[in-house]
Write a new protein. Structure first.
Length: 71
């Protein structure tokens, strides 16, 4: 996804460093990177995992816009 397509306040599926996807809500963006608030892991059905999963202190993270995918 290109940065121009990303909407602030919208939630996307985000590819993460561990090879999994997480729900992420966009807080800010610039020409190439997007600041997201990372939420629950996406399960095989595309829903939030039943067990709350935490990325610890990561919380907000700048990611490449290409890591985001529409729900």
């Amino acid at each position: 996804m290109n940065s121009e397509e990303v909407e602030i306040g919208k939630t996307y599926r985000c590819d993460w460093e561990d090879g999994r996807q997480y729900f992420a809500t966009v807080l800010q963006k610039n020409d190439q990177r997007v600041l997201v608030s990372v939420g629950n892991k996406v399960n095989a059905d595309g829903d939030a995992d039943d067990v709350a999963f935490s990325l610890g202190t990561v919380g907000h993270q700048w990611v490449d816009a290409k890591q985001l995918h529409d729900l």
